[in-house]
Write a protein that binds this ligand. Sequence first.
Ligand code: PHE
Length: 338
Amino acid sequence: MLNKIKRIKEEIGNFRIIDHAELEEFRLKYLSKKGHLNALFEEFKTVAIEQKKEVGQQLNDLKILLSGAYERFKGELDSRRKVETSNDLTRPGDSIPLGSRHPISVVCNEICDIFNRLGYTVAEGPEIEDDWHVFSALNFPPEHPARDMQDTFFVTKNPDRVLRTHTSSVQVRVMESTPPPIRMIMPGRVFRNEVISARSHCIFHQVEGLYIDREVSFADLKQTLMFFAREMFGEETRIRLRPSFFPFTEPSAEMDVSCTCNGKGCNLCKHSGWLEIMGCGMVDPNVLENCGIDPCEYSGFAFGMGIERIAMLKFETRDIRMYFENDVRFLQQFTSAL
Ligand code: PHE
């Protein structure tokens, strides 16, 4: 009997199974009621008492070996079948959803594109700035209340490091490093210590523009902004400049564009017929001097707008927070060629 067991063990060692029919053959031959294993257990009853211990142990080993081999063969066949079906080249492919540009990028690109056509090039600068570029060079003296208009985040370990509150800091960098004439726009992310609500966020984006040359006048500023407004909001758009204050421009103005309700009254313009979209003005001679440009020789204008504000007007969205939540249901509504 020990010999029979030994022979079967050798047989299994050389066994290869190709398909389920062979697997079934294996089961019938060794593991079924009429198979070898059962026959051996029958024969075991006749084994002499003194041999029972040894033969019994071998028989149990064989049983474990056979059922283990059966499970292994079955597993191999199943995983081979999985690979075969997943390699089915006639199956339709999984679709890969195409992303779309973020609405803030869409609007930013559109603004840049309009100014590119007027000969403006794009300049960028750091988001973590120093006091000089964000405030001091722009005529905000330390302790001046105008700094409260743009409360920001300071780096505790180094109070000279601030997150920029506006992209005007890039204007300073450009003026410091580029001799006039200058015609540039500066898109970028800015930060302010604001309570987050439907109307304001502590992070948002701006595009600022700067034009410095000989004999640049307020009329040039007005004409440039008029062109921009009509390109952005449509041929019929009218603009309005209201006197305002910024430490770095003199005179300063706030620009409004006419609302599409034509003054008939809607929620967007709060029945005024006008929508405020940007700040602007003639660059203060002090600022030119701070940046190494002679104010007697050169003059220029600057303007700056919030991209979220323009996007909210353009797409008629009421909550600025939507632009930062990354909700695909919101984002996939915007498609653009730019
Ligand atoms: N920097 C101003 C702001 O963030 C906008 C501005 C830019 C105003 C340029 C005038 C000239 O509010």
